[in-house]
Design a protein around this ligand. Structure first.
Ligand SMILES: Nc1ncnc2c1ncn2[C@@H]1O[C@H](COP(=O)(O)OP(=O)(O)OP(=O)(O)O)[C@@H](O)[C@H]1O
Ligand SMILES: [Mg+2]
Length: 136
């Protein structure tokens, strides 16, 4: 399966999503470090869903584009949204009294990142690519 969708409402849901993202990335040929980054990104996005939106969905899928292959993560929820996105993307800023490294961390760990948020909810999309030309 190249697409996974998980409803996230409890921490076991989030664990299932993280583990299956890691194995999807592994099957797509990402190295251990790449799989770890992708799993961590999913974990951060699940944590945010649980903490700020109560529940949501995480979709992870494999992308094929010419000589590269990617993993796309899409986390969406219908929570309260993020009022100040610039602030939310700043290291060390948290409304939840934790480290505030989640969203900026996801942006750093992945190659592409987008944040789409309104009072009706939040969608975070992130992609990580690997080159197919190094495959034998
Ligand atoms: N899905 C979401 N819905 C509403 N607000 C969110 C959501 N995700 C993040 N936020 C807001 O953006 C801020 C920054 O998120 P980020 O994940 O970077 O830090 P954090 O969750 O506060 O701390 P950490 O991830 O380090 O535990 C949060 O404090 C919260 O106010
Ligand atoms: Mg967070």
């Amino acid at each position: 399966m190249d697409v996974q969708r998980h409803f996230i409402e409890t921490s076991p849901d989030s664990m299932v999503s993280v583990m299956s993202a890691a194995s999807l990335a592994q099957n797509a040929g990402f190295d251990a470090a790449g799989c770890q980054l992708i799993a961590t990104a999913v974990s951060e996005l699940c944590n945010n869903i649980l903490k700020y939106a109560i529940r949501g969905q995480v979709m992870v899928r494999v992308l094929r584009e010419g000589k590269r292959l990617g993993i796309e993560i899409e986390a969406r929820d219908q929570g309260p949204g993020i009022q100040n996105t610039e602030l939310a993307m700043t290291d060390g800023v948290s409304s939840g009294e934790t480290l505030g490294l989640g969203l900026p961390g996801v942006k750093r760990m992945m190659d592409e990142f987008s944040l789409d948020t309104s009072p009706n909810g939040t969608i975070v999309r992130a992609r990580k690519w690997r080159s197919l030309t190094s495959d034998v």
